[in-house]
Design a protein around this ligand. Structure first.
Ligand code: NAD
Length: 388
């Protein structure tokens, strides 16, 4: 496994991800897994007192557990040992302002998806990150699973032949009823003021969209048709189910089913790629396996950590095949790559890390662009539109 310099971990802060939040724990766990980042400061909560207390629980100095992110960025900028990077794990409506403020304080940023609400905002963040030579990473965490690298290498090496059909879905059943009446983490997701122009398209659909981009970097979306529904009526205008049909520029066709009302389904995130010779299929509930089906032959199941995989899929090996890895390792793989990218800017990265793919500001921008196009098509009555 390629490693970052553990003697000089990146001084790191967090905004959001406070006590009881859904996603805060995995950020801290992934950032610390390989000692790439060291938590030094935080503004963890919309409730300043709860946030300060949580920071102390995590072992921060009292002075560095802040009431809000503006105070944190200002105070940390004045310290010789101030934070160099920050992760943002707050509800969607705050990402743009916090990310912009972080970049303006010359911090590297790891931001939750969606990066922001509009393509114009995403382009502004991209320009700012380039002007300041700062990294923006976006946590499309499932992309850190090893078998995604194997799938990417298989496509690049022509194992599937010409790519024809891409079937994607992230369709869980957790919100089949109006659980937002009790659950605050769901409540903001179905309110456009906090969630933005979409619910499931942005919340779940952008995950397989990004994974498809990793596996099929050469394909570009030419046009798209989307239809979206609010099966729990109180969620309108936000959708809890959507189907998107897409045409790529090589003539391949793709579908993405995004749903929170697929009753009985746990995650239901599946990636199936059909080529002229063979197909592959990956399911995030069995992430150590990749189905490889060659036309006319018995189907094979490729296993993580085995010698027969392509070398690119072995870079992230932490333990040999047979030992199951999961989402925490996938996130740690991503955080390690964010670390490599940041360490390149710090002059501390080992040779050879340029080739590693991670969800960067362009990936964040693409997620926002795709949601915008889907909403445009759905709200025009579910019509084909040129992708823009
Ligand atoms: P949540 O509601 O469970 O937690 C949000 C946290 O942010 C809370 O601790 C809250 O107090 C804090 N917060 C809110 N506003 C704040 C502010 N202005 N300053 C500081 N802290 C603030 O939400 P969640 O489910 O953890 O989602 C947070 C983000 O993570 C969302 O953008 C969501 O889309 C994303 N998410 C991503 C994944 C993934 O797989 N990458 C999974 C779940 C959630």
């Amino acid at each position: 496994m390629m490693t970052n310099d553990r003697r000089k971990p990146i001084r790191w802060g967090m905004v959001g991800g406070g006590k009881g939040s859904q996603i805060g724990y995995i950020h801290r766990s992934a950032a610390h897994r390989d000692e790439v980042f060291a938590l030094a400061a935080g503004a963890f909560d919309i409730d300043p007192e709860r946030g300060r207390a949580f920071g102390l629980d995590l072992g921060l100095d009292e002075a560095r557990s802040y009431r809000d992110y503006a105070a944190m960025f200002a105070a940390e900028a004045g310290r010789a040992d101030g934070i160099e990077a920050v992760s943002i794990a707050t509800p969607n409506n705050t990402h743009f302002a916090i990310c912009k403020a972080a970049l303006e304080h010359d911090l590297h940023v790891i931001c939750e998806k969606p990066l922001c609400f509009t393509t114009a905002e995403a382009e502004e963040l991209k320009a700012l990150s380039e002007a300041r030579s700062r990294i923006v990473g976006v946590t499309y965490g499932y992309a850190g699973h090893q078998m995604i690298e194997q799938a990417r290498a298989m496509v690049r090496n022509g194992d599937l032949g010409e790519i024809r059909i891409v079937n994607l879905q992230f369709a869980h059943g957790f919100h089949s009823a109006a659980v937002e009446e009790q659950n605050p983490s769901t409540r903001w997701r179905v309110d456009p003021k906090f969630a933005g122009p979409s619910y499931v398209l942005g919340d779940v659909g952008t995950h397989p969209l990004y994974i498809a981009k990793v596996i099929l970097p050469h394909l570009k979306i030419r046009r798209l048709l989307c239809t979206r529904q609010s099966f729990v009526k109180s969620r309108a205008p936000l959708e809890d189910n959507a189907v998107t049909l897409m045409e790529y520029d090589n003539g391949a066709i793709a579908t993405i089913w995004s749903s929170a009302v697929n009753a009985g389904s746990m995650h239901g995130q599946k990636i199936r790629i059909v080529g002229s010779k063979a197909s592959i299929e990956w399911w995030d509930e069995r992430p150590n396996q990749l189905a490889y089906e060659i036309q006319g032959e018995p189907a094979r199941i490729l296993e993580r950590g085995m010698d027969y995989l392509y070398p690119e899929a072995r870079i992230d090996d932490r333990i040999g095949g047979g030992h199951p890895e999961g989402l925490f390792e996938a996130w740690a793989n991503l955080y390690r790559r964010f670390g490599f990218a940041i360490n390149r800017e710090r002059g501390l990265a080992p040779a050879g890390v340029e080739e590693l793919v991670f969800p960067d500001v362009d990936a964040g921008l693409e997620g926002v662009r795709w949601v915008e196009n889907c909403v445009r098509s759905a709200d025009a009555g579910g019509v084909w539109l040129d992708y823009r």
